[in-house]
Design a protein around this ligand. Structure first.
Ligand code: ZN
Length: 543
């Protein structure tokens, strides 16, 4: 009894404020073994250990494991697309986004904590929106504050606007209209005045940022945000004047989204920017890519949008920390995933110029992490991620590969590095449950014999090692040879070369390049853990 009391006292004394942050796409290897990763001084001040993520190592599945403390057999979020259940009511091809709350079947940590009376904020977490009882604890006496701008409507994407494409609407004045976004552009001696809905911001031309992000304002060449109301929702865009001379101008504006907020009861200042400008960067709209002979200007502009995302994300999170004063704060950054999708493949191929740009992105993130974690210097801190990153030079069209092996679309359905048999427990299924074992054995053997397939996991592994034992779980998972990336595409050819090597994930989570990490203020645990261990450790610090 005395021992028990002492234990309770020790536990009570450990109650703490807790910071839990996911850095999307930051793997253990990049964090610990690359020059870029060493820029993350905030994380290197903590103890770092490798953590295994979900199978397949996709963003939705990794975050669901991190946030619910369960694998997808229990939490339902098997991949970025999730088959709808119950199986009897849906065909195997009917899916819903794994980023949305729709398919979530376990409680996320922010709801569990709020149910225990702990004041909680969750910023840009996955599986939160649409807000529901499960995803946002809507009926709780003290519901968590939950914010999401990724699954809401994106009113406009990032765009590059050129004077030569615009119709002049007056002297030195132009009108830009793109769906619900409309603003007036007026040339001045030094730059542009942008006006909409009674607000005006100015922007002057600057060469792409070349200084380190350390010790200066991030994204300093962007305009102030132009506030907008689109479809009744408050939003805003920022502008960056890339080129400006007598002949014309080139202007970048950021994407605009609805930021959905639950449980806050007042407006949040600042702007949800979301991802970097990777969508326009990869199309060459920011200038010729380095890999195509560019001089690095496009990469530097892309880095400025990474800085902007870090700056605005951090500002909103810090405001929430100060205003709500939560015991548990759950945060999220997207920028390393963008960085590594764009540049990790080139880095792996030995491109040292790209490594300099990667280090810049990591340093910018570190500036944000410093601000975010400063109030938690004497509290519990947990940083983790959903997956790592691997170089990929070619895509395997799994639909086409399955056709080559003799299967059609009504028999086997690919999803990342896993496969579903269209068994008769699904609506309109074609393979009886009696035939299942035989079909699965044959499929396994044919896949294993294919030169690009390096490994095939059977049912016991999926169930026991990876927690793939629920109604949304696949029948088989596999891994592919290095530099290959499996997509669901059914169009030939089976293997398609990328224009240049990319960073990709979604592979076997036991692969070292897919490992996530835990950087925490806890003493280092003895063994490698898995992402589902983290939620329990976080909750333990709150009591
Ligand atoms: Zn991710």
């Amino acid at each position: 009894m005395i021992r028990l009391l002492l234990l309770c006292a020790a536990t009570a004394g450990a109650a703490d404020n807790v910071l839990l942050v996911s850095v999307d796409g930051l793997g253990y290897r990049n964090l610990t073994s690359s020059a870029a990763g060493r820029e993350l001084t905030t994380l290197h001040a903590l103890t770092i250990q490798p953590m295994r993520t979900a199978y397949p190592s996709k963003t939705s599945a990794g975050h669901a494991a991190l946030f619910t403390g369960t694998w997808s057999g229990t939490n339902g979020i098997v991949s970025n697309t999730v088959p709808l259940t119950p199986r009897a009511d849906h065909t195997v091809k009917e899916t819903v986004s794994g980023f949305r709350s729709t398919a979530l079947t376990a409680d996320p940590i922010w709801v569990t904590a709020a149910r225990q009376g702990i004041r909680t904020v969750a910023y840009q977490v996955t599986q939160a929106y649409p807000f529901s009882e499960r995803s946002a604890g809507l009926s709780l006496p003290h519901p968590p504050v939950v914010l999401n701008g990724y699954q809401t409507e994106q009113f406009v994407p990032y765009r590059v606007v050129r004077q030569r494409d615009l119709e002049q609407s007056g002297r030195a004045t132009f009108l830009w209209k793109d769906g619900p976004l409309e603003f007036r552009i007026r040339r001045t001696a030094r730059g542009l005045r942008l006006s909409a809905q009674g607000h005006t911001v100015t922007v002057v031309a600057q060469a792409p940022e070349s200084a380190s992000p350390r010790g200066r304002p991030l994204a300093r060449y962007f305009s102030r945000p132009l506030p907008l109301v689109i479809k009744g929702k408050r939003t805003a865009v920022f502008f960056r004047l890339i080129e400006f001379d007598d002949a014309g101008f080139t202007l970048l504006h950021t994407s605009a989204h609805e930021l959905a907020v639950s449980g806050l009861g007042r407006p949040i200042p600042g702007v949800f920017v979301g991802n970097s400008a990777i969508s326009v960067y990869e199309k060459g709209a920011l200038g010729k890519l380095l890999v195509n002979g560019g001089d690095g200007s496009a990469e530097r502009l892309m880095l400025e949008t990474i800085e902007l995302s870090v700056r605005e994300t951090t500002a909103q999170m810090v405001w929430l920390q100060r205003t709500v004063k939560p015991r548990l704060f759950v945060g999220y950054y997207s920028v390393i995933d963008d960085t590594e999708h764009a540049w990790y493949g080139l880095s792996s191929a030995g491109n040292t110029v790209i490594d300099g740009f990667r280090a810049h992105a990591y340093a910018a993130l570190d500036e944000g992490l410093k601000q975010l974690s400063a109030p938690y210097a004497r509290s519990a801190q947990f940083f983790s991620a959903d997956h790592g990153m691997a170089a990929a030079a070619r895509e395997i069209h799994m639909g086409a590969l399955l056709a080559e092996l003799g299967y059609d679309k009504t028999q086997v359905v690919p999803n990342a590095s896993c496969l579903y048999l269209n068994t008769t427990d699904w609506k309109n299924g074609t393979i009886t449950l009696g035939q299942r074992a035989q079909v699965l054995d044959a499929l396994r053997a044919r896949l294993a014999a294919h030169p690009v397939v390096t490994r095939v996991y059977g049912e016991a592994d999926l169930r026991v090692r990876f927690g793939l034992d629920g109604p949304t779980s696949p029948d088989l998972c596999f891994d592919v040879a290095p530099l290959h990336y499996p997509s669901e595409t059914a169009d030939p050819p089976v293997v398609r070369e990328f224009a240049y090597p990319r960073g990709e994930h979604g592979f076997d989570p036991t692969r070292e390049d897919m490992w996530s990490y835990l950087a925490s203020s806890l003493a280092r645990p003895a063994q490698m853990g898995t992402l589902v261990d983290i939620a329990r450790a976080v909750l333990a610090r709150l009591h």
